[in-house]
Each structure stands twice: as structure tokens, then as C-alpha cells.
Design a protein around this ligand. Structure first.
Ligand code: ZN
Length: 305
């Protein structure tokens, strides 16, 4: 298992306006940088993947119970699909179908995320009972993409599919080093959910303050904490933080899992890996880690089957 831990990546959830507003915020700079490094994503794809990973993390933070939450964007644009998965421990991983598309900046001088995502569908799959081996039927929801910029699509999902009017801000700041190199210098976001019972005044206050809040990534670069991001977006409403936890990029793959996957293949296929390829390289699509299974290990698989 690969774990990238960073002190500064954090997730919080809290309440405002006497519990009628639920709010989440995350700083994910290191997680997103690690995903971009592993998958060698272009700047625009890094932004799309980072926003999706952060949105998934925030969505998970609003749930009482889940073991694994997966969001998948299946798009007709050049990126193909984006998948992000988070567990209750704040471990996140993600990947895209095509890491390369990198169109010119859009009319606003921003990375053209909707240009590579385009039309498509946002799927949300929530599994619980997983850790206990109960395998309850997973909850599944989906909505068509309304913008392809990701944050608006998460907000639309919450409003439409879960009947929770929400404001979602997601940001990934890419700092170019060389023409062909780039790195993620800040990533994070907030999610504000309006619960039943919220007053019209509360809703109007949030609409106003979210509109005038500074850019998430600019605040993160200046050292803002997740609570600072929320306080800026909530304006005069007081934030009550309920929980804060660390966030890390982590994957569940391992050498043993790679071998066990090979064990589940047809015998003829394993024989061909041994005779023709003299070994096998298994690549985890979630984290791009490569596991080399050599001839001795393949022979052991055949001996044990
Ligand atoms: Zn992996």
C-alpha cells in the first residue's frame, strides 16, 4: 500500500446557523500533487482530477456512515473518465482514462477543464457494511453533467439527487515550472449544504458571501486552514467545527494482490505469461504502481492451482 502523508492536507466538517447548514472543507494540495505525479497528468487533467478527488472527499465528509465512496465522471470529452475513491479514514485515490489532453487556456485565462470533460454523467456510489463483510447493497446516484467544471456538477448532484441545495467551490492551482513540466501548488475546496429548516435569511447570507469569497487556491497558498476557507465563505455566520482529520493519498494495491489477481486467471493465460513473456508486470490503474511478478512467482501460482 502506498501512503503519502502530509501534515497540511486536512479535512473538516462542521455546522453553522444552529445546525441548519452543514459545511465541509479540505486542503488536498499534496494528495493532488501525488496523483498528478503518479499518473503524469497534463496541467488541465491535473485540475480535473484534483477537483474530482477533492469533491469526493467533501461529499464523504458529509455522510454519517460509509466505508467507501466512489465518484465517477464518464465523459464524452477527451479525458474519457475520471474516477476518485475515498474511505472513512480520509484516504483517497483517483485516476483518469486519458491523462494527456491539454487544450489552450479558456477565454477567462483558466485551465479549460470543461473543454476536456465536456458532456457526460456524474455517478456516485456509496458502499457501507464493507469492513464488516456485510456487503449491503451499495447506494448509487447519478446526474448529467451541467458544466463539466466539476464543482457545479457536484452541487447539481447534491441538489438534484439528494435534495440538498449546496454550494461547492473546488480549486487546483497549477504552477508551471518549465514549458513541459508543471506542479500542483495548491488544491482544496469547500462544500456548504443547506439543510431543511434553514431560514431565508441564512440562505441569502450564504449566497452573498460565497459569491464574494476569495479564490480557494489563493487562500491556501497564503496558508489558510480548511476552517479559514469556510469562515470566508460563510461570512457573518459562525462556524462550529465538529471534526478535523488528516487526508492522505493511499491505495490498497500490493504485490500480494497482484499475485492473487494472476491466480484468478485461466491457467493457459498464466502459462503464456511464464513461457512467452517470462514474467508479468501488473499496473494498478488507481495509483499507477507497477508490480513485477517474475518467473518463479508465476511457476508458484501454477503449482498451487
Ligand atoms: Zn494502487
Amino acid at each position: 500500500m502506498t501512503i503519502v502523508n502530509s501534515q497540511s492536507d486536512k479535512l473538516i466538517h462542521g455546522l453553522a446557523a444552529d445546525g441548519t447548514v452543514r459545511c465541509m472543507a479540505a486542503i488536498t494540495s499534496h494528495c493532488v500533487a501525488e496523483a498528478a505525479r503518479r499518473h503524469k497528468t497534463s496541467p488541465t487533467v491535473s485540475a480535473a482530477l484534483g477537483r474530482t478527488m477533492t469533491g469526493t472527499l467533501l461529499l464523504g465528509a458529509s455522510l454519517k456512515e460509509f466505508d467507501r465512496l466512489t465518484t465517477q465522471i464518464v465523459s464524452r470529452g477527451p479525458i474519457g473518465s475520471i474516477t476518485a475513491e475515498v474511505n472513512a479514514k480520509g484516504e483517497i485515490r483517483g485516476y483518469v482514462r486519458n491523462p494527456e489532453p491539454d487544450p489552450p487556456l479558456n477565454a477567462n485565462g483558466k485551465l479549460d477543464v470543461s473543454g476536456i470533460v465536456g458532456e457526460g454523467t456524474l455517478y456516485v456510489i456509496r458502499e457501507s457494511g464493507y469492513e464488516e463483510g456485510l456487503y449491503l447493497d451499495p447506494y448509487k446516484g447519478s446526474v448529467p453533467l451541467i458544466s463539466g467544471e466539476i464543482a457545479e456538477d457536484f452541487a447539481y448532484y447534491l441538489t438534484k439527487s439528494e435534495q440538498i441545495p449546496s454550494a461547492v467551490l473546488l480549486g487546483v492551482l497549477i504552477q508551471a515550472k518549465e514549458p513541459l513540466e508543471h506542479f500542483v501548488s495548491a488544491a482544496g475546496g469547500i462544500m456548504i449544504q443547506i439543510m431543511p429548516g434553514a431560514s431565508d435569511e441564512t440562505i441569502a447570507t450564504i449566497e452573498r458571501s460565497v459569491k464574494s469569497t476569495p479564490h480557494t487556491t489563493a487562500m491556501i497558498r497564503e496558508g489558510a486552514t480548511p476552517a479559514d476557507l469556510l469562515r470566508a465563505a460563510l461570512g457573518p455566520l459562525e462556524l462550529q467545527v465538529l471534526e478535523e482529520k488528516p487526508v492522505s493519498f493511499a491505495c490498497t494495491c500490493s504485490y500480494d494482490r497482484a499475485v492473487s489477481l494472476i491466480s484468478s486467471l485461466e491457467r493457459a493465460e498464466v502459462e503464456s505469461m511464464l513461457r512467452e513473456d517470462k514474467g508479468a508486470v501488473m499496473i494498478c490503474h488507481f495509483c499507477n504502481e507497477a508490480y513485477t511478478v517474475d518467473e518463479n512467482a508465476l511457476q508458484a501460482v501454477l503449482n498451487n492451482s
